[in-house]
Design a protein around this ligand. Structure first.
Ligand code: MOS
Length: 712
């Protein structure tokens, strides 16, 4: 009767497709008014804002600018390494283009918009620097790569390893800006209860981070801020940190004394909620005649803003993915007049595996070796960076099963040697990898006299299946059918859990949910409940519960990374095998087939897992071929500011994607034995496509996205 492992459809699916699911900007609130952000059209500028005309527009309740906005005690405070410095109308500056410079509040959205058009702004700007390539001389070493890892690493002797090499690859790879663009734009409804208590309906990957940020900005006790986020229409990283519009909406609500709603426009999504920074990555590989790596260097430069620091940690996987005695990596940053970048769909690994896995393909080509064989010859039997055993690693079976299913053995070694009529055919492969993370989490479980189970944790469901898998985990731990369990999330009044980023919700919150349900079961057993039998007699349980005097039984639990786990290194792994077809006139590149296999510990729900993997692979196709944010170098303004100009993959871009979920037993990684699956799917995907394009054409494209002009 186990629920875990079953491909149960999302429990929230019906609510979502019938419109019953209420999103942050749809929650009905009495007395509601609407806020619109006015954003700058210049960067690195001083601003003077004239609001006289706007203030007199119909329906306007307030126009906030740096002239009249209340001073906020914690406006600039960063609450932790994943938090961001906000722009809250505290000074007369627009550091980047499309920066908030006024907030207009009116009785209707239309009137707020109309009034916002009447805000007049004058700029004085002394020139803008937004080009990464032009400012490389200013690169500096950040304290960390990503939130926590050291920026540099070194083991062995790279120069000696290169000296000893039979063949060397030395190439530079570049990736461009991407924006997350979830379907549901950022939006919130802010309601004050008096001066000291605030409730916010937000769309968020991390409600406890939002609570902390709002409490800090407004100088409130955290217990006086409540954040509710029941449904999230996609996140992809941009909803992982609190951004300026959030505090500005709460500020507008405080100033007007009314509940205020604010939804970003699609163009504003390109400046106010982060993006993936550009990277320039140099990879140097040395190998002996049999393809054994003798040295690896991976040096990454990416961009950040002048206000804040975010580094895309693109070389982290290079430290551990292959067995090699001599490895050095580095991360550098360049400050530009741009908004602060942030976590985007496997931050680091998505861009870093592009560089590393294309470089390996170049090495295989130089050695006239099959690229899969090259990976197998350098297979890491333990983590060479941390010098620890893996908690589990079924990557070899991923390679074997996906290669066999794809028919990789029939691949011809020489580029340009496979045809389908007039089409050039290319087959490429790459490795996928993403770290298995776990943070402290808590949860509660209760059962009432009717046998109904309610399990609660503050966490978020960003479309990944949290509602569903948590109910499955709780049902099995307690020993009842899954339809007896209701799981509630998305509210800071529920037990605290970590951000739903870094693919860690199943492992973190899942462990706490399991522990709470087990604690409840233990309590019930101590009271003599008939829950012990291998086959549960539900009627006996119901009869027992009904005759109890307590209205309900309840237990709570908090879990964190186990001490034992620290003796192991834990990562999800996978392998992609991709076919591309390119017409000989170079009019179109199409991914025509893809088989990927993943190993990520226990498979909690093969259906929701499948959709996570597919989603990651689709992102990978976007990263490889389509997604590209273009910025005007004259003023730092994003010019691809809607979904017509910013290309994401659509149905016609995506072939049948095959996913093999490889079973992997992991007794160490966490209480539930599952690793993250949300982000591993994108890693390696762009490289597999780039490698397939090379196999089809003989042309090596080292600059994403791979557009046709780069093949000429
Ligand atoms: Mo993911 S970019 O860690 O939300």
């Amino acid at each position: 009767m186990t629920a875990v492992g079953k491909g149960i459809a999302r429990l929230d699916a019906r609510a979502k497709v019938t419109g019953k699911a209420q999103y942050a900007a749809e929650v009905p609130v009495a007395n509601l008014v609407h806020a619109v952000l006015v954003t700058s059209t210049q960067a690195a500028a001083k601003v003077a804002v004239d609001v006289k005309d706007a203030e007199h527009a119909p329906g306007v309740l307030a126009v906030l600018t740096h002239h009249n906005a209340p001073k906020l005690p914690g406006a600039k405070t960063k609450t932790g390494p994943v938090d961001r410095v906000l722009q809250l109308l505290q000074e007369d500056e627009a550091p980047y283009n499309d920066c908030p410079i006024a907030v207009v509040v009116a009785d209707t959205l239309e009137r707020a918009r109309a009034a916002a058009e009447r805000v007049a702004v004058r700029y004085s700007s002394g020139g803008v620097q937004t080009e990464l390539r032009e400012r490389l001389a200013e690169a500096y070493a950040p304290k960390t790569a990503g939130p926590r890892e050291p920026a540099d690493s070194s083991r062995g002797d790279v120069p000696a390893g290169l000296e000893a090499a039979f063949v060397q690859i030395d190439a530079t790879y570049t990736t461009t800006n991407q924006h997350h663009n979830p379907m549901e734009m950022h939006g919130l409804t802010a309601v004050w209860q008096g001066e000291q208590s605030l409730t916010v309906y937000d769309t968020s990957q991390g409600i406890f981070g939002v609570r902390k940020k709002l409490a800090t900005v407004f100088g409130l006790a955290e217990s006086n801020v409540r954040v509710i986020s029941r449904y999230v229409g996609g996140g992809f990283g941009c909803k992982g940190s609190p951004w300026s519009h959030l505090a500005l909406c709460a500020l507008a609500a405080r100033v007007t004394g009314r509940p205020v709603r604010l939804v970003l426009t699609r163009p504003q999504m390109f400046s106010l909620v982060g993006y993936r920074p550009r990277t320039i990555q140099r990879v140097v590989l040395g190998a002996d005649a049999r393809g054994k790596l003798t040295a690896v260097r991976h040096d990454v430069t990416s961009e950040t803003s002048r206000l804040d620091e975010f580094s895309e940690p693109s070389a982290l996987q290079t430290r551990m993915l292959y067995a090699c005695p001599n490895v050095a990596t580095s991360h550098r940053l360049v400050r530009l007049d741009v908004p602060t970048p942030t976590f985007t769909r496997a931050p680091g690994e998505a861009t870093g595996t592009f560089a590393l896995e294309v470089a390996l393909d170049e090495l295989a080509t130089a050695l006239k070796l099959d690229p899969l064989e090259l990976r197998l010859r350098n297979y890491a039997e333990r983590d060479p960076h941390e010098d620890k055993p893996w908690s589990s690693k079924e990557l070899r079976r991923c390679y074997q099963q996906a290669a066999e299913r794809f028919g990789w053995a029939a691949r011809r070694l020489d580029p340009g040697s496979q045809r389908d009529g007039k089409l050039l055919v290319g087959w490429g492969m790459a490795t996928a990898t993403y770290p298995a993370k776990q943070s402290a989490a808590s949860a509660s479980a209760r059962i009432d006299r009717e046998g109904r189970v309610l399990v609660q944790a503050g966490t978020q469901d960003i479309g990944t299946g949290t509602y569903t898998i948590m109910a499955q985990i709780a049902a099995d731990a307690l020993g009842v059918p899954v339809d007896r369990v209701r799981f509630e999330l998305g509210d800071t009044s529920l037990p605290e859990t970590p951000v739903s980023g870094g693919s860690q919700t199943a492992s973190s919150t899942g462990s706490a949910v399991q522990a709470a349900a087990l604690a409840l079961k233990k309590k019930l057993l101590a009271l003599g409940a008939p829950l012990r039998a291998p086959e549960l007699d539900l009627r006996a349980l119901d009869a027992w519960l009904a005759q109890r005097t307590e209205p309900e039984h309840r237990a709570e639990a908090r879990t964190e990374e186990k001490a034992e786990r620290k003796r192991y290194s834990s990562h999800s792994f996978g392998a992609h095998f991709v076919e591309v077809k390119i017409d000989a006139d170079l009019r179109q590149i199409r991914v025509t087939r893809c088989v990927s296999a993943f190993a990520a510990g226990k498979i909690l729900n093969p259906k929701t897992a499948h959709s996570q993997y597919i989603g990651g692979m689709v992102w990978g196709i976007g990263l490889a071929l389509l997604e590209h944010t273009a910025r005007d170098p004259r003023n730092g303004r994003v010019v691809t500011r809607d979904l017509a100009d910013y290309h994401v993959p659509v149905h016609a871009d995506i072939p049948e994607l095959e996913v093999i979920q490889v079973h992997e037993r992991d007794p160490y990684v966490n209480e539930i034995g599952a690793k993250g699956i949300g982000e591993v799917g994108i890693t390696g995907m762009a490289a597999a496509i780039a490698n397939a394009v090379h196999h089809a054409t003989g042309k090596r494209v080292r600059d994403l996205p791979i557009t046709l002009d780069k093949l000429l």
